[in-house]
Design a protein around this ligand. Structure first.
Ligand SMILES: Cc1cc2nc3c(=O)[nH]c(=O)nc-3n(C[C@H](O)[C@H](O)[C@H](O)COP(=O)(O)OP(=O)(O)OC[C@H]3O[C@@H](n4cnc5c(N)ncnc54)[C@H](O)[C@@H]3O)c2cc1C
Ligand SMILES: NC(=O)c1ccc[n+]([C@@H]2O[C@H](COP(=O)([O-])OP(=O)(O)OC[C@H]3O[C@@H](n4cnc5c(N)ncnc54)[C@H](OP(=O)(O)O)[C@@H]3O)[C@@H](O)[C@H]2O)c1
Length: 413
């Protein structure tokens, strides 16, 4: 990598990268970087936050643990320490990622946010613009790896009156613990994994949560007959079609959890695994259901509007509440910065689903958009790093790894 001279009228520094630019230093970006390093391919990794895995370090609650057993969450060729429990805590996972980063000598450019990236057809190169502490930079490279995550930005719903609500309103990404909500009535909007765990946490801290359930939701036990539900599903998938695995899972769930519909949690018509193809993750229960049964977590229908001191629900009921936690999910931020519409859809995910959504045209790659969490992103990272390394090594053989002469045609965009 070397600096080119300033090239545009705004004095944006230009940097030629002799290898790929990876956007995002979460587990996906780190796993791609490690794979590239193992094969001797240089790269640059850009991260908008001041640390690796910022989702895990800055935007998750204290009680969070991995939902799946550790063997399904480790990054390629780097097992969790033996003394780690079956479901590592957030701190243990972050420690593991720090050690992974050090082991592979990964040095992200922190506090450097990618504002735009575009393929320059004339030069056949990617141009990636960033803003950071050192000002504005333009990276020019042959390969671009998008690893900004499925959960890059929180979704804040546009609900009537929310701005006029007098109590505290936080998104789940800013919720740390129920400590400060002790004795308070808290409306938790959303019943995905975040909504369920935040509600449980609030209960455990002496708050009184009401959780908004506006649609059907699949709740499964985290384990079935001593095996993780995920592992059991993966085993069955080797032999049975998906629809049948879903039926078996739901039958076992009924045996273990009973009829959850009677509690107010209607199940979707589509099975829990099939629903993942529509971007919906089933809830893996780690205790919220018990609190719903005992009415410590109250279930309420959709929201009509907020007022200064409370909320009106779609069934006409009014609740006095002290605070609101929006467990309303996240979105990909890719459409905001990547000028490309062939490979990525409007929702910021590759249009082609897993396992084929990792490679686009013109040296574009996507890591971690599989809707399969850590196990899915590891699979992406292996394929991406091998693919790039293959081309890079061929280029090297042909002595084409030198700075291409066609860089001179670069113009601004
Ligand atoms: C509360 C919560 C709990 C979860 N628990 C689990 C779990 O137990 N198991 C599991 O498998 N999955 C879990 N997930 C899913 C989670 O998304 C993955 O585990 C994992 O973090 C995905 O890694 P990633 O690198 O693809 O994305 P991220 O971890 O989101 O990392 C993306 C990185 O890109 C950076 N970035 C974004 N935009 C830019 C930009 N424009 N410029 C520069 N940098 C940028 C971000 O700052 C971030 O550091 C959980 C998600 C949430 C929200
Ligand atoms: N320990 C863990 O492993 C763990 C913990 C937390 C999260 N996660 C993962 O993180 C990802 C995000 O999970 P998440 O729970 O934050 O988001 P999510 O799965 O997208 O769930 C969002 C929830 O908010 C509801 N919602 C959105 N807008 C609403 C509105 N205006 N009114 C009422 N309800 C509304 C949705 O309801 P509808 O369905 O009706 O749209 C849904 O129930 C998932 O992949 C999840 O598995 C994992």
């Amino acid at each position: 990598m070397f600096n080119m001279t300033d090239m545009n009228m705004f004095s944006r520094r230009c940097v030629w990268v002799n290898g790929p630019v990876i956007v995002g230093a979460g587990p996906s970006g780190l796993a791609v970087a490690a794979g590239l390093r193992e094969q001797g391919v240089p790269y640059v990794i850009l991260e908008r936050a001041a640390c690796i895995a910022s989702l895990w370090q800055n935007r998750t609650y204290d009680r969070l643990k991995l939902h799946l057993p550790k063997q399904f969450c480790q990054l390629p060729n780097y097992p969790f320490p033996d003394h780690y429990p079956e479901y590592p805590s957030k701190k243990q996972f972050v420690d593991y990622l720090e050690s992974y980063t050090a082991h592979h000598d990964i040095r992200p450019h922190f506090n450097e946010s990618v504002d735009s990236a575009k393929y320059d057809e004339a030069c056949r190169l990617w141009r990636v613009r960033t803003t950071g502490a050192d000002g504005e930079v333009e990276y020019i490279c042959q390969w671009l790896v998008v690893a900004t995550g499925e959960n890059a930005d929180p979704i804040v719903p546009d609900v009537e009156g929310l701005a006029s609500f007098g109590g505290e309103v936080v998104h789940a990404c800013d919720y740390k613990s129920g400590d400060k909500f002790k004795g308070k009535k808290v409306l938790v909007v959303g019943c995905g994994n975040s909504g369920m765990e935040v509600s449980l946490d609030l209960c455990n801290h002496g708050a009184r949560p009401a959780m908004v359930v506006r649609n059907a939701v699949h709740v499964l036990p985290r384990e079935m007959f001593g095996k993780s539900t995920f592992e059991l599903a993966m085993m069955m998938m080797k032999w049975l079609p998906l629809w049948l695995v879903d039926k078996v899972l739901l039958f076992f769930t009924w045996m273990i959890l009973g009829n959850t519909e009677s509690l107010g949690l209607k199940r979707p018509d589509i099975g829990p695994l099939a629903l993942k193809n529509y971007g919906r993750t089933p809830v893996l229960d780690i205790g919220a259901l018990e609190k719903i049964r005992s009415k410590e977590i109250q279930l309420v229908p959709g929201i009509k509007r907020f007022s200064s001191a409370g909320v009106e629900l779609t069934n006409g009921e009014r609740l006095d509440i002290d605070a609101v936690v929006l467990a309303t999910g996240y979105r990909s931020n890719v459409p905001y910065w990547l000028h490309e519409t062939e490979f990525f859809g409007k929702n910021g995910f590759p249009k082609t689903p897993f396992p084929h959504g990792w490679k686009g045209q013109s040296g574009l790659y996507a890591a971690g958009f599989t809707r399969r969490g850590l196990s899915g992103l590891s699979a992406d990272a292996i394929k991406i790093s091998q693919d790039i390394a293959g081309v890079w090594k061929d280029d090297l053989k042909q002595k084409k790894q030198k700075v291409p002469t066609h860089r001179r045609c670069i113009s601004t965009f």
